[in-house]
Design a binder for this molecule. Structure first.
Ligand code: ATP
Length: 368
């Protein structure tokens, strides 16, 4: 199998810096998701691995070989594009066979074709032109072409965007089956944090042309190292409260928010953002049992309350700050009412603190 190493890639279009000394190591055989907001350079990065774009400086290395100057055909790479990339005048069967021409012996073409067709379940689509297929069928067909190529490296550019939930879930299962059954290294681009967590072994979070954190999904979700990482993962998104460091201790800006114990940081002063995941709030008996232990205590007013599947999503105001709380319907016996004053507690180990200046995580210890 093949590892992919991107070394200090730089790319500008006119005066816009798109990749800024980007470094990334993708282990051989892993399923890595490049996650980041629109315009941060994800597609440009994939195109460089595929050989469709040339860096201004830096190297694309595969298994110790520098392939930066190799044309796409000479790289052992396939790419599934955001816009399927199929030929409008060829049916899917013809497209798969054309893609295999020159890649394998002609006696092998039919075997590879039928394996890809059965893995992606596109048997009934083989005679259809792209214009005769739905969005989901087009993606499956594009994936089938890539499966048939059996390249060592597979690049997927937003392969599931703008599809309904059932089709997305089916495609997620299909690409994972492909990754596990046909040995190779997969790099998948998305701005959807949930999709990233569902498929990735490793998530590389990208921001403004750089990789700002890489790790397994649980670590990146549980210990985001920068504000942009915290914002990239989690539905609903992380809540934010403003604070200030005074002699290394956090003071909360909002009078309705009170700290029990003191949260200390190595950094002595400066503005901070305190991040809290929506399911980290305790109320009722769970709150009472933790009172007095290090954490944040706050008084909120319920603005709206919605049942969302197994959870209740509660929008509250804390002073002028809006927060979203997610309660498990199976655990919480209390469904808040609009207008109710709701005391909440956030345990210290559920608090993420970031410097407003550097945007980076601060190590904060709780001192009772
Ligand atoms: P999205 O999620 O919206 O697809 P992305 O993270 O994949 O975004 P890229 O497509 O890599 O972002 O584009 C990054 C930036 O580079 C964008 O501002 C885009 O307009 C610009 N860009 C990309 N390709 C070119 C090009 N060929 N010429 C000029 N600008 C370009």
């Amino acid at each position: 199998m093949t590892f992919v190493h991107l070394r200090r890639l730089n790319k500008s279009f006119r005066d816009q810096t798109v990749l800024d000394d980007l470094d990334l190591m993708v282990e051989s055989g892993s399923y890595l998701v490049l996650l980041g907001p629109s315009g941060c350079g994800k597609t440009t990065t994939l195109r460089m691995i595929a050989g469709l774009e040339t860096p201004d400086s830096g190297q694309v290395v595969m298994n110790e070989a520098d392939v930066t100057k190799l044309p796409p055909r000479k790289r052992d790479v396939s790419m599934v594009f955001q816009n399927d990339g199929l030929y409008p005048h060829l049916n899917i069967g013809q497209t798969i066979r054309l893609a295999l021409r020159g890649r394998c012996r002609s006696s092998e073409i039919e075997t590879r074709c039928s394996h890809a067709v059965s893995m992606t379940g596109i048997g009934e689509l083989l005679d259809k032109l792209p214009a005769q297929m739905s969005g989901g069928e087009l993606r499956r067909a594009a994936i089938a072409v890539a499966v048939a190529k059996r390249t060592a490296v597979r690049l997927l550019d937003e392969p599931m965007s703008a599809l309904d939930v059932a089709v997305r879930e089916q495609l997620q299962r299909d690409v994972l089956q492909w990754h596990h059954e046909v040995p190779g290294t997969t790099i998948h681009v998305t701005h959807d944090g949930l999709e990233a967590m569902r498929v990735a072994d490793q998530i590389a979070v990208m921001h403004a042309g750089r990789i700002i954190q890489i790790g397994d999904p649980a670590t990146v979700f549980d210990r985001p190292q920068a504000i942009a990482v915290a914002k990239a993962l989690g539905t609903p998104t992380m809540n934010w409260l403003a604070g200030e460091l005074v002699d290394g201790c956090i003071r909360m800006e909002c009078p309705e928010v009170e700290l029990s114990g003191s949260l200390r940081s190595d950094t002595r002063s400066g503005s901070v953002m305190v991040g809290v995941r929506p399911n980290a709030f305790l109320l009722g008996d769970a709150r009472k049992q933790r009172l007095g232990r290090p954490g944040i205590d706050l008084s909120s007013k319920v603005q709206a309350c919605r049942v969302v599947q197994e959870t209740v999503e509660v929008s509250v105001w804390v002073g002028s700050t809006a927060l979203t709380i997610v309660l498990d319907r199976g655990v919480s016996c209390h469904i808040p009412r609009v207008g109710e004053i709701l005391p909440l507690l956030i345990p210290a180990d559920q608090i993420h603190v970031f410097s407003c200046l550097t945007q980076q995580r601060l190590n904060v210890g709780d001192v009772a």
